[in-house]
Design a protein around this ligand. Structure first.
Ligand code: CP
Length: 325
């Protein structure tokens, strides 16, 4: 599917967030506003009563047409912490499985006065399609579409980096693995460059690199040992077999031999480098358990920060409606 430039439909006439479909077209000021808003929400999770009344009376519907653990649950928690009413449609048990079209499902949810759709779909462009066809008052948040974009994942990753490193400008960040099939990598590269890091590196075998990768504003490495030298942040990615057509790798074992992150290989990065992964992790394929559970891993913090980022994005999109209290 060809995805049109989405920056125009993501923002309202005043430049405020209406939908959150992609990082593409959003400026540094808006990304920083998302991070700052998330910072203000981060403390809510520490309270005895983990709720604020901001979206009381609003209805948020999770539409997950593809599997998810972290994204679906943290969106649900985030909506509940903002006091919204949350519907999580079980797609396999919904009338979609009886042949109802996506648009008919949307119209029915609109008839229930939903205010926001959070959408995950295996097709690139699905969230954009829904944003185009939803009623004008409805906000659509992309929770991952095909290999295209996963903007809230990228923002929780930026939040994690800012919490650990402060200023983005001196940082060298390496993204390692299956770049070609990764919506997370695409969104991270856009966010890191918009926030002004010194260098973004992508590391992986040629078969898992997008064509013309250099045009993304990155340095390309095929050797993990070379690419990881002196970086501040190492982001590991899963091999996305479900999106691969044909054999792009000899075997997982050989991939691990060349690209698996071990304590030894991590020695090439800066001594205070952090290790990230969006999850789910395949231990012994993209990284050792010693690294995943080690002192430099911030992988579970990424999950926790996902709640604050998703609260921020939902609150900002609803503020536009004048509905947030
Ligand atoms: N990172 C991520 O999107 O994980 P889930 O597929 O579990 O939501």
């Amino acid at each position: 599917m060809i995805i049109p430039n989405q920056s125009n439909i993501q923002l309202d006439a005043q430049g405020r967030l209406k939908h959150f479909l992609t990082i593409d077209g959003l400026n540094q000021e808006l990304l920083t506003e998302i991070l700052d808003t998330a910072e203000s929400f981060a403390g809510v999770s520490e309270r005895t009563v983990k709720k604020v009344p901001m979206l009381r009376g609003k209805i948020i519907t999770n539409l997950f047409f593809e599997t998810s653990t972290r994204t679906r649950t943290t969106f649900e928690l985030a909506a509940k912490r903002l006091s919204a009413d949350v519907l999580s449609l079980n797609i396999s048990a919904s009338s979609t499985s009886k042949g109802e079209t996506l648009l008919d499902t949307l119209r029915n949810l609109e008839a229930m006065h939903c205010d926001m759709f959070v959408v995950r779909h295996a097709d690139s462009g699905a969230a954009h399609f829904i944003a185009q066809h939803a009623a004008p008052h409805i906000s659509v948040i992309n929770a991952g579409d095909g290999r295209h974009a996963h903007p809230t994942q990228a923002m929780l990753d930026m939040f994690t980096i800012r919490r650990h490193k402060g200023d983005f400008s001196p940082l060298k960040v390496a993204i390692v693995g299956d770049i070609q099939h990764s919506r997370v990598a695409r969104s991270q590269i856009l966010a890191l460059n918009t926030l002004g890091v010194a260098e973004v590196r992508i590391i992986g075998p040629a078969t898992l690199m997008p064509v013309h990768a250099e045009t993304l504003g990155v340095k390309v490495f095929h050797s993990l040992e070379e690419g990881i030298q002196d970086v501040d942040v190492v982001i590991m990615l899963r091999l996305q077999r479900e999106r691969m057509s044909g054999a792009l790798l000899p075997s997982e074992h050989e991939y691990y031999q060349l690209y698996g992150l071990t304590d030894k290989r991590l020695e090439g990065a800066k001594p205070d480098a952090i290790v990230m992964h969006p999850g789910p992790i395949n231990r012994g394929v993209e990284m050792d358990s010693q690294v995943a559970d080690g002192p430099r891993s911030v992988i579970l913090q990424q999950v926790s920060y996902g709640i604050a980022i998703r609260m921020a994005v939902m609150a900002m999109a609803m503020q536009r409606q004048g509905g947030a209290q």
